[in-house]
Structures are given as C-alpha cells and as structure tokens.
Design a protein around this ligand. Structure first.
Ligand code: PMM
Length: 307
C-alpha cells in the first residue's frame, strides 16, 4: 500500500483531488489559539469568507471552546453563537462544518445549512448525537477523545499511543456505524492535543498510515497546538504563542497531505492552502514519473487510491 491510499471521499461533500483545507472560525471568547477574535456574527461570517478567499475548501464553525480547562457554554448560548454564522456562510455557498458535541446544536446547524458535523467527542458526550446525525444522513467526524479534561491531563497516559488511539477509534467507528451513520459518511481524526502530550501527537503524525487502516478518510487538526509550541521551543525554551505557530502548522499540513490525509483543519489558511497544493503537485509528478517508468516497463503501477 502506498502512503497516499487513505484520502478517499466523504459522501455528501464535494470531492477534492487533494487534501482539503478546513478553515476554522471559532465564535468563542476563549478558544485557545484565536479566542475572542471572531466573536460577533458579522465578523465571524466575514472571517469565514476571507478563509475561503484564501483557499479554504470548507469552514468549521464552533461556538464552544474545547481547550483544556475551558468552562462549558450552555446550549442556548452555543446556538446563539453558531447558527447565524452557519446560515450566513451557507447562504454564500460555503461548505460549512459545525464543531459541536451537542446533538441539538448539530441538528439545528444542519437545518441552517451545515454540511458536516465535527464532534470532538466522537458521539460520546451526548447520546443523542449519533441518532441525530444518522437521521439527517449527514457526514460525521469521529475524533479520538477520552473525555473533557478536569484537573490535569489524567487521561493522557499511554503505553503505545498509536495502537491505543487506533483501537479506541475503531471501537468508536463501530459504535457510530451501529448507530446508523453510513460508513461512506464517516471521517476519523486522531484528536491531536486531546488527552495527549507532545510526544503522543508526534507519534501519531509519524504513523498516519496506521490510522488509514481504519479505512476512512482522515482529518488532521494540528493547527497552533501545544506540541508545535514544544517543538519550536526546543528542550529549554519557552513555547512561542499560538499565533506564531502558523508556519509550523503549514509544515504539518504538507506532511499530512503527503501521508494521504483527507483534510487538515487550520486557523491560518493561506500557507496551508499553498502547502497542500505543493503536496498535490509533487504527488502528480510522482504519479507521472511512475507512469513513464511503467511504459518503459521498469516500475510498478500508479499509486492505488491516490486520486
Ligand atoms: N481541535 C480543536 C477543535 N476542534 N476538531 C477536530 N475534528 N479535531 C481537532 O483536533 C479539533 C477540533 C481545538 O482547537 P481550537 O480550539 O484551536 O480550534
């Protein structure tokens, strides 16, 4: 199996011929990397449109921070934040995803024009989530999640992080399928930074091929996360602030695209849009070179599943 075989297509969404770019609009006062910047509806819609102009293929709208230690917002407030933004972006033809762990928010977001439900709990936080998404026939992101963090990273203990994340995600995929969501609508996500230390995130990025074994398109959301701060700081230094991690984020986007990710979720779109396009061009050149060698009878066939 070549390293591009995982990309795949998600039923109900456009088919992109490269790793897609999901731009983030956090309509929150406290998201860890961009909290407070896009907090009112007009600013948030404009920001989403700017992300599309910069090369985003879809826009992920969230109204509740999942940052460790963040206080939960109530349902009414979450709805008040996200629904008008989703409506505004969908009216402009943007492919919108809603980032929520609440079934009621997912349901109303889909009614307002969202095309995808991105649930960082993979359906664990709200038992009504899977039935709602199944009934709507919507695509669904299942992220690896061990619960909201209370009082430190107690759940971030692993003997073999890659094996455990793959096994736990497989169990969630099975539960979601049993709940009636169609397999062709599922996306999986290793949940970088969720109950994970920097070395765990890096190990997962080093082994995206093992996540492809789940047989579903893969979303990678590394943008501005803590592990990038650690990498950039080195062993002794202080991590740069979240907004100074965008070049590092674009580097991960190129690596994830090359490893066959279906999409990358990022706050700063332009550099990542360039990164995935370069990765696509290199992939095309590799395919062409493989084809030429094929004609001369000296190499194997074109990569399976690469398109
Ligand atoms: N991370 C965050 C929010 N939503 N969704 C998915 N599918 N995967 C993630 O890793 C993920 C997510 C937290 O980041 P933010 O608060 O900076 O947006």
């Amino acid at each position: 199996m070549n390293n591009l075989s995982g990309r795949g297509h998600v039923a109900g969404l456009p088919a992109w011929d490269r790793c897609a770019v999901m731009g983030v609009v956090n309509v929150t006062p406290d998201s860890f990397s961009d909290g407070g910047r896009w907090f009112d509806t007009t600013t948030a819609v404009k920001h989403g449109l700017d992300l599309v102009a910069q090369g985003a293929d879809l826009v992920d709208v969230g109204g509740e921070s999942t940052r460790p230690g963040a206080t939960r917002v109530d349902e009414d407030e979450e709805l008040r934040r996200v629904i008008p933004v989703i409506r505004g972006l969908a009216a402009e033809g943007v492919v919108v995803s809603v980032d929520t762990v609440r079934a009621s928010v997912a349901e109303q977001s889909l009614a307002a024009g969202a095309a995808l439900v991105n649930d960082v709990s993979g359906g664990l936080a709200d038992p009504a989530m899977i039935p709602v998404v199944a009934d709507a026939g919507a695509p669904f992101v299942v992220m690896h999640w061990r619960g909201f963090l209370e009082g430190g990273n107690v759940r971030g203990v692993y003997e073999d992080v890659v094996t455990e994340v793959v096994d736990e995600l497989r169990a969630r995929v099975e539960a979601v399928l049993e709940g009636g969501i169609a397999p062709e609508r599922l996306v999986v996500d290793p949940g970088l930074g969720f109950s994970k230390e920097a070395e765990h995130d890096l190990a997962l990025l080093a082994h995206l091929d093992r996540l492809h074994a789940l047989g579903r398109p893969l979303l990678v959301a590394a943008s501005r996360k803590r592990f990038l701060g650690r990498v950039l700081a080195g062993p002794e230094g202080a991590p740069p602030p979240a907004r100074e991690r965008d070049a590092a984020t674009a580097a991960v986007s190129a690596l994830a695209a090359q490893a066959g990710a279906w999409a990358v979720r990022v706050h700063e779109v332009r550099a990542t849009a360039d990164a995935v396009r370069v990765a696509r061009a290199v992939e095309g050149a590799r395919t062409a070179a493989g084809g030429e060698r094929d004609e001369s009878g000296t190499a194997g066939g074109a990569p399976e599943g690469a398109r």
